[in-house]
Design a binder for this molecule. Structure first.
Ligand SMILES: [Zn+2]
Ligand SMILES: [Zn+2]
Length: 144
């Protein structure tokens, strides 16, 4: 989904496309590195589009509620955001710095969907594993 499709989607959901909401969406579309609310907020402050972190959180919650963005929540690190239009996948988060990477091979595969259906009768809609580790940068800093 590109920016204009996102805007049309929001309009169809009856969500007002305020300047701040548009700016948040643009930021998440452009920065595919799972930004936090604080990172998004700093960008908006620099562009004089926001002076309230609480507003940024409220708008992120709203965009999450209409399922346009997804929040990745791990204990001890702030929530990180990505577009919900990406195929569901798992993440691994660094215990030391909170860095995050996508694990696209742990995803909602057809094989898994069938196995779950056969085994339990459930229709699979989402999956998440909480994978934690030490990222390469933190590992190297520690072994130097
Ligand atoms: Zn790290
Ligand atoms: Zn991701």
């Amino acid at each position: 989904m590109d920016f204009n499709q996102c805007i049309r989607f929001l309009e169809s959901e009856g969500v007002r496309c305020t300047t701040q909401r548009k700016a948040i969406l643009q930021y998440i579309l452009k920065n595919r590195n799972h930004p936090t609310a604080m990172e998004i907020y700093k960008d908006l402050v620099n562009r004089r589009l926001s002076n309230s972190l609480a507003n940024v959180y409220a708008n992120l919650d709203l965009l999450e509620k209409v399922e346009l963005i997804r929040a990745i929540r791990y204990q001890k690190v702030p929530a990180k955001y990505e577009m919900a239009t990406e195929a569901p996948h798992c993440h691994i988060v660094c215990d030391k710095c909170g860095g995050i990477k996508d694990l696209h091979y742990l995803s909602h595969s057809e094989t898994l969907r069938k196995a779950v259906l056969n085994d339990t009768g459930f229709r699979l809609v989402d999956l998440s594993y909480e994978l934690r580790g030490i990222c390469q940068g933190c590992h190297e800093a520690h072994t130097l």
